[in-house]
Design a protein around this ligand. Structure first.
Ligand code: AMP
Length: 380
């Protein structure tokens, strides 16, 4: 049994966005102190943390100084260089371990890991030259999506290729860097499982949720998903096996496509709390953020019981294009919770906050979350 990091201790978070903010809120509620590290100032996490350090992830002296003042370092952002995680690990425990980040921050490494371990994932080719792309986009392989191996999220670094003639432009637009070429999946739905693994190997999960995307960005999550029990069991078992295989201590989200013939394909792994788990903050006994805290501190995992069906609707910066949204209107829905992340500038596509609606059924919760978002003002 690993040592416990008890309330009162300082926890370090690499990254300073909304995931760190909600983690910090959960941690401070339980009496922990939170230090956050990122290159930015006045950040969503920094606004609620005890200590906000702004320095480059490449400044390893700063990273070591940061890590020397906390008992454990965790992440809210996986695109942290491997050397940063190693520097932190020279001073204190790092959870999840740097190797988990190393694999999941790069689509090629992630897909190789999935394939090697027999997890079902989309058919893909590894592409490192234009010639490889041209031969991989030959007969019968299109449509497909070209994705950069590194630094991709929310549809960034992706180009759809429908005809062989589009391959060269897609390659150049993505900067001619190592990529994966994935067959376009004609999915029936997208679902995810947010799960946690404790320091002693205990496993907990929040079940399967339905995710709807707009412009490649998560738009609405509905919990629980309307999928068969069999499919839900399969998805949870895949998630469990992935957390075990990666030896994760912390929270990890597995995003899946469900194909029209009912198969699950892993699309992506995120080794941290995930946007599709935000509903847990208001709708579960233990939120995904408290669960991450419990896991990295060596505490027992909390109950993941869903108190009421729930739906989460993201609030993107686009909502601000006609001025400040009408917050009072959304707050007039008594079963809707408003979360704003304290970001200083609203840009199109930027995640600024979310709404969570709680209701008697998942469908009612979804209708309510969408209506509350509509009430914020006219669509841009
Ligand atoms: P990703 O950043 O890879 O999670 O992609 C963001 C979104 O783009 C996914 O949630 C899907 O809606 C869509 N997408 C990504 N890859 C594929 C694919 N191979 N087939 C169909 N849709 C995809």
């Amino acid at each position: 049994m690993s040592r416990i990091i008890a309330p009162g201790a300082a926890i370090g978070v690499l990254g300073s966005g909304q995931l760190g903010r909600m983690f910090a809120i959960a941690a401070r509620r339980m009496g922990y102190r939170v230090h956050t590290f990122s290159p930015d100032h006045d950040t969503p996490t920094g606004q609620v943390a005890d200590v906000e350090i702004h320095a480059s992830y490449d400044d390893l002296d700063e990273v070591r100084a940061f890590a020397s003042k906390v008992r454990v370092v965790t992440f809210e952002f996986e695109n942290v260089p491997a050397a940063t995680a190693e520097a932190a690990a020279s001073q204190c425990e790092v959870r999840p371990r740097g190797e988990v980040l190393h694999i999941t921050q790069n689509r090629l490494r992630e897909k190789r890991f999935l394939r090697k371990n027999g997890f079902p994932c989309t058919v893909f080719d590894e592409i490192s030259t234009l010639e490889e792309l041209v031969s991989a986009t030959g007969d019968g392989k299109l449509p497909a999506i070209l994705k950069t191996a590194g630094f991709g999220y929310d549809g960034k670094g992706q180009r759809l290729i429908r005809t062989p003639g589009e391959a060269e432009a897609a390659w150049r637009e993505l900067g001619g860097q190592p990529c994966v070429l994935e067959q376009l999946v004609d999915f029936e739905r997208e679902v995810s499982v947010v799960a946690a693994r404790g320091a002693g190997g205990a496993f907990a999960h929040y079940g399967v949720v339905d995710n709807a995307h707009r412009n490649h960005i998560l738009d609405v999550t509905v919990a629980p998903a309307s999928v068969s029990e069999k499919l839900a069991r399969e998805a949870v078992e895949i998630a469990r096996a992935i957390l075990e295989a990666l030896d994760v201590v912390g929270v990890l989200c597995v995003e899946f496509f469900v194909t029209r013939d009912g198969r699950l394909l892993v699309n992506e792994l995120a080794p941290r709390p995930h946007n599709s788990g935000h509903f847990t903050f208001d709708a579960c006994v233990t939120s995904q953020f408290e669960q991450q805290l419990r896991a990295v501190c060596g505490l027992a995992l909390g109950s993941t019981e869903l108190l009421r069906p729930a739906a989460m609707a993201n609030l993107l910066g686009d909502l601000w294009s006609n001025g400040e949204p009408d917050w009072a209107a959304a707050c007039a829905f008594p079963d809707v919770k408003l979360h704003l992340y304290g970001k200083l500038e609203a840009r199109n596509g930027r995640k600024m906050g979310h709404l969570t609606a709680l209701a008697a059924t998942a469908q009612e919760a979804e209708t309510m979350a969408r209506a509350a978002r509509e009430s914020l003002g006219p669509k841009p």
